[in-house]
Design a binder for this molecule. Structure first.
Ligand code: CP
Length: 335
């Protein structure tokens, strides 16, 4: 019977990551390590196309997801990735957990480790929370699924995977990141990852939504991981290989950061007219969720240059790759 047939082996790359227990950001990933993750994810992606989307690689492993901020893509894809690799995945939300009764993050962390979880995937509103948890864990690993405005390493990895599938090597490629950089953990992790892969990053957006180390320096002399700042979006778009719009994070903004959403849309929305300045083959990306008609026009979001849905698919493959590499070091049976 089909259900009893052994799963087809996954064609994994021969090289594996050096042993690590946590993934907190991309600033400690070398180019070689990023390539290993992307190659592993490419192999994992093939499992998504199977009728039976399950392989036994992580049988017996326990993964907890602890999401103390809203999420659709990241939470569901980690759960899907773990289940496709046959791990037991248990989801914990803030609401309904003892965090609601005032339990400290330290005690929650130690409690989950005491249950012999192998990995905790955490999203937290406070920057640094996953680092704090990692410091207090002796056995269990931590994956940062987004901490405040600080980092979102698996999002950056799935973005790199999507770019590499379309563009090949990212060496010298021009990637324009537009919008609310100040509050974007996605942009920060992407800047580290893109720098490691040899891409050229240009950032654009209102000065009030650009981190000080970029906006203070003279235009195009910014220093966030070697990224350049160009406040004029039309100029920034010239010859771009990739244009990544960011969500306007109104929930994290304080009064006075923007004259109005209408003004923002006029000056910094990624539109078809502006894409005309990028290379004809340029990709339109967005980490999601998209405020359509604000940071990105609806026609572009759903147009032929958009790879937004592919980013989501690659997100499952990247999370499979990270879970697999962390929990096995690439050494367990793959079929
Ligand atoms: N890109 C991203 O992190 O989306 P979610 O908030 O839906 O997980």
């Amino acid at each position: 019977m089909t259900s009893q047939a052994p799963a087809e082996p996954i064609a994994l790359p021969a090289t594996t990551l050096a042993p690590r227990r946590h993934v907190l950001d991309l600033d400690d990933f070398s180019r070689t390590e990023i390539d290993i993750v992307l190659d592993t994810a490419l192999a994992m992606r093939e499992v998504l196309d199977r009728d039976i989307k399950k392989v036994p690689s992580l049988r017996g492993k326990v993964i907890l997801t602890l999401f103390l901020e809203p999420s659709t893509r990241t939470r569901v894809s980690f759960e899907q990735a773990g289940k496709m690799l046959s791990a037991d995945v248990i989801n914990i939300a803030g609401s309904g957990s003892s965090a609601e009764k005032g339990e400290s993050l330290l005690n929650t962390t130690l409690t989950l480790q005491a249950m012999h979880a192998d990995l905790i995937v955490v999203r937290h509103p406070q920057a640094g929370a996953p680092y704090f948890m990692a410091r207090h864990l002796s056995r269990t690993g931590i994956i940062n699924a987004g901490d405040g405005r600080h980092a979102h390493p698996t999002q950056a990895l799935l973005d790199l995977m999507t770019m590499r599938r379309h563009l090949g090597s990212l060496d010298g490629k021009k990637v324009v990141i537009v919008g609310d950089l100040l509050h974007s953990r996605v942009a920060r992790s992407n800047v580290f990852g893109l720098a490691a892969m040899g891409a050229r990053v240009v950032i654009s957006g209102p000065p009030t939504l650009i981190p000080l180390d970029l906006s203070r320096t003279s235009h195009s002399q910014g220093s966030l991981g070697g990224a350049a700042y160009e406040p004029d979006l039309d100029a920034a778009m010239d010859d771009a290989d990739v244009v990544m719009a960011l969500r306007l994070q109104t929930e994290r903004q304080t009064a006075g950061m923007l004259p109005s959403v209408r003004e923002y849309t006029r000056r910094w929305q990624v539109t078809e007219a502006r894409m005309g300045r990028a290379k004809p083959s340029a990709l339109v990306m967005h980490p999601g969720p998209v405020n359509e008609g604000i940071e990105l026009s609806s026609s572009l979001a759903h147009g032929v240059a958009s790879v937004i849905e592919e980013q989501v698919t690659n997100g499952v493959a990247i999370r499979m790759a990270i879970l697999y590499q962390l929990l096995t070091g690439g050494e367990l049976q793959t079929a």
